[in-house]
Design a protein around this ligand. Structure first.
Ligand code: FES
Length: 110
């Protein structure tokens, strides 16, 4: 079993477990466990509502594709470690990483 930490807008940390490819992407894991009001474009990398920031020391080696880059460039509050959760594959590469939810006005469903 793999794990990731998700930090919400109030700096609460949630540890989520996942199996490799259990969901199509990180966004679906987050939706299933924490937030259900992200992912307006259904994971196509266009809306930016699944904006997260990698806060681990790790670096995701994948190169951002052009859609993800373009969508991130239209958002506020992006940083060097900004990603779209819908574009992050749920595999062992992100095991033990920490991501902060950057989306605004989103409500956790716990
Ligand atoms: S769900 Fe729209 S950009 Fe990720």
């Amino acid at each position: 079993m793999n794990h990731i930490n998700i930090i919400d807008a109030y700096n609460e940390v949630y540890k989520l477990s996942y199996r490799r490819f259990e969901y199509p992407n990180l966004m679906e894991l987050i939706i299933n466990n924490l937030y259900d009001d992200i992912g307006e474009c259904l994971g196509r990398g266009l809306c930016g509502t699944c904006h997260v920031e990698l806060v681990s020391d790790h670096v995701i080696s994948e190169i951002l594709d052009i859609n993800e880059k373009e969508t991130l460039s239209k958002l506020n509050n992006t940083g060097i470690n900004s990603r779209l959760a819908c574009q992050i594959i749920l595999d062992e590469k992100i095991n033990n990483m920490t991501f902060k939810i950057i989306t605004e006005h989103k409500h956790i469903k716990l």
